[in-house]
Design a binder for this molecule. Sequence first.
Ligand code: DAH
Length: 335
Amino acid sequence: MSTLLDRIDAVKQAALAELRAARELPALDRAKGAFLGAEGQFTTLMKELGTLAKELRPLAGKAVNAAKQELEAQLAVRREELELSAALPKEPTDFTLPGRPRRLGKQHPLTQVTADIVKAFRKLGFAVADGPEIEDEYHCFDALNTPADHPARDSQDTFFLDVPSRPLLRTHTSSVQIRVMEKTPPPIRIIVPGRVFRRDNADATHNPTFHQIEGLYVDKGVTVGDLKGTVEAVFQDLLGNDVKLRFRPHYFSYTEPSLEIDFTNALVKKLGKDWLEIAGCGMVHPGVFEKVGYDPEVWSGWAFGFGIERIAMLRYGITDIRLFYENDTRFLRQF
Ligand code: DAH
């Protein structure tokens, strides 16, 4: 009996030594076969148990099983080690090598233009604000001095949601002016890049959804001169020093006076035009200040809104707005 127990231990030690010595997975498999396989040494020991006296069998059986279990556990550990080292590179990695050229993704041209516009305004001390795309009529129209029966609503009638409170997809980022002023006491200096939605028919220059940047500046003694200077500085920063702007009288219900901004540079001339309309702006209407609880006798301010797509089209010489939304990689890769 003791000789059998000794042999069990000797076989176990030999097996452990062999699997520790295995340097590769095939060697480990061979070791497993030699000890645990159908012809393996442990199988032989198991068969010998039958030749022992009955009362000795349980003790010897336990010893064989314990040895086998230990061996199997060690096998699993060793297998994991070998699998890991097989997966590692054979040569050490040289981290000083230059990167391999690869075709990485790119930011969408509208994202790039938006980032540049934001950067230009940040230099002048403007902070970025945000508001909901699903808006209520109050913030989109009423608080902007555009009551339900106002004719200016017609051109912006838009996509309403079919629920009792009748929210709508915002027609302009001007709604965020109201949301910010409701929450923040003056002075205010913000820009709001965002997506807007209109009933515009899709043609080469219009799309039912597009992007705007809203600007709002409120302080004491703010003038139209500040507005012109700011907008001119930003457009020259974005599109070069040959940019010229022209301010024309216009009508918006939330500004008085209201202006439209026309833009020209070499590219506009090349497109066969003298001027392109790019923005609406004006001095914030006292009625708007009253709605948000600012005293119009104390505070004055200006606001503007322009289309990001328009600016991107000018910057890159694109004549069809729909290219921005088709996600054709041959188009997108060029920016
Ligand atoms: N909300 C106007 C539009 O979508 C643009 C605009 C005009 C914004 C005048 C303003 C503004 O803030 O003062 O066409």
